[in-house]
Design a protein around this ligand. Structure first.
Ligand code: URA
Length: 212
């Protein structure tokens, strides 16, 4: 668990963003316009992780600013959340040419950036958007089976969701995604309660043996 102050977290995230902008770890740096580190408050309680920047994101250097981003804003609002309160990033920080799927070596090259962002933000809940993001923590799982469920991996809580862009192309998924997002406030409350009970357990005096 991180013990950084809010200012230290902001500064650490800003340093990572500067490093990502000049990252040469995979071939995507040759074709990108701007890398997209992600954005949001360093003390966000919820983090959204998409797949990779598209054309609009590549132009602007910001995540989810195209059609899928507009729908993500609507989904956030439907759950009583605002973009300014959450951290949004992607598995891969540079646009794959022609919006093709990210390759395994590109995902692997980018993974340390994401790991550092998660470590610093230390969110209560991570929402994965789409199957590439889901596969980082749930390899071999099917999104059709686990979408919208609160799941624990190690000490972190995840909610795998369909990708907002999928709903743009498959009208039937829209209801499902809206329904999944509607459960986020309840999950955040559960995550907060779990965190408090674990902190209380950590602080309780150790059981002393042979002291009577
Ligand atoms: N799709 C993603 O997965 N990420 C973005 O930033 C935009 C679209």
């Amino acid at each position: 668990m991180t013990t950084m102050t809010a200012e230290e977290k902001e500064a650490a995230l800003a340093r990572i963003a500067e490093e990502i902008k000049v990252c040469l770890r995979c071939e995507l740096h040759k074709t990108r316009t701007k890398a997209v580190p992600g954005e949001g408050p360093a003390d966000a309680r919820i983090m959204f992780i998409g797949e990779a920047p598209g054309w609009n994101e590549d132009q602007q250097g910001r995540p989810f600013v195209g059609a899928a981003g507009k729908f993500l804003d609507e989904l956030l609002a439907s759950a009583g959340l605002h973009r300014g309160d959450v951290f949004i990033t992607n598995i891969v920080k540079s646009r794959p040419p022609g919006n093709r799927d990210p390759l395994p070596d590109e995902i692997a090259a980018c993974e340390p950036w994401l790991a550092r962002q998660i470590e610093i933000i230390d969110p209560d809940v991570i929402v994965t958007l789409g199957r590439f993001s889901m596969a980082q923590w749930f390899p071999g799982e099917r999104i059709s089976k686990i979408h919208g469920q609160l799941k624990r991996v190690g000490r972190r809580l995840f909610v795998p969701m369909y990708h907002p862009a999928a709903a743009l192309h498959q009208q039937a998924l829209k209801t499902t995604i809206l329904d999944d997002f509607s459960r986020l406030p309840k999950y955040l409350a559960e995550a907060e309660a779990l965190k408090r009970s674990e902190e209380a357990a950590d602080e309780s005096p150790p059981h002393q043996m042979g002291m009577f």
